[in-house]
Design a protein around this ligand. Structure first.
Ligand code: FPP
Length: 228
């Protein structure tokens, strides 16, 4: 039985959840953040080594300013409330995305989180923040051009992505009921098994995750071959 080593999640449905329960989209983000902490624990229990979470996409700038500001506020809240515990629990945290064009006050926090947790090894949690797969690929091609690389191959592109040194996800989970990839890890998800869950993110729980992991272990992955 092969266990997944990397799970990537599109945590969709926060807004709908918040509107339905509290008539407030931002409340959905708040409880979505609480669920991140729980799901990290679940993943450790299931011996997952990498968890990548889509926290803010390059397209999320199109949302109302109030919601964007709340997400950035939550980011700082997350750091204040959870960082020490996550660090103590041996969790390594990484960020991928365009970390240049983000609010100035978040940059030193990101730097500190990555630096302080870099030797932790219970699990690596990757926050995709101001992330978009298309701009990630454009950046990769730009740096390949700049370095005048003559031989273009899979390894070269992989090594120029934000996810350099992170194995590709085995599983993609999207909550919230929609079946799309929304510009998330388009290169890295080439051979991932896709799971779409009808629950909104704040309601996604250990049993949901366990069921997905169990299903994954029963799938014969062929990577384009026959694998009889
Ligand atoms: C998608 O739901 C969710 C997001 C755009 C943000 C995800 C953020 C969190 C879970 C919490 C914030 C965490 C950090 C670390 C800042 P949606 O708003 O698109 O939901 P909808 O489809 O119901 O509108």
């Amino acid at each position: 039985m092969i266990l997944p080593s990397h799970i990537a999640i599109i945590m969709d449905g926060n807004g709908r959840w918040g509107l339905k329960k509290y008539n407030d989209r931002n409340k959905g983000h708040y409880y979505g953040l609480q669920n991140i902490n729980k799901v990290i624990e679940h993943c450790i229990k299931l011996k997952i080594k990498y968890l990548t979470l889509y926290t803010f996409s390059t397209e999320n700038w199109n949302r109302p300013k109030k919601e964007i500001n709340y997400l950035f506020y939550l980011f700082k809240y997350f750091y204040k409330k959870n960082f020490n515990k996550l660090n103590k629990n041996n969790i390594r945290i990484k960020f991928i995305g365009d970390l240049i064009n983000i609010p100035k006050d978040l940059k030193p926090i990101i730097k500190k989180i990555q630096e302080k947790t870099k030797k932790n090894n219970a699990i690596t949690v990757v926050f995709a923040f101001n992330y978009g797969a298309k701009s990630e690929l454009i950046n990769a091609f730009k740096s390949i051009l700049k370095n005048k690389n003559k031989v273009i191959n899979e390894e070269l592109i992989t090594n120029n992505l934000y996810t350099k040194n992170i194995p590709d996800p085995d599983i993609l989970i999207r909550t919230g009921g929609n079946k799309r990839l929304s510009n998330f890890l388009l290169w890295q998800l080439s051979y991932a098994e896709l799971f779409f869950v009808n629950k909104n993110w704040p309601d996604f729980n250990f049993l949901d995750l366990k069921k997905i992991v169990n299903t994954f272990t029963s799938i014969k992955r062929k990577f384009g071959g026959l694998n009889e």
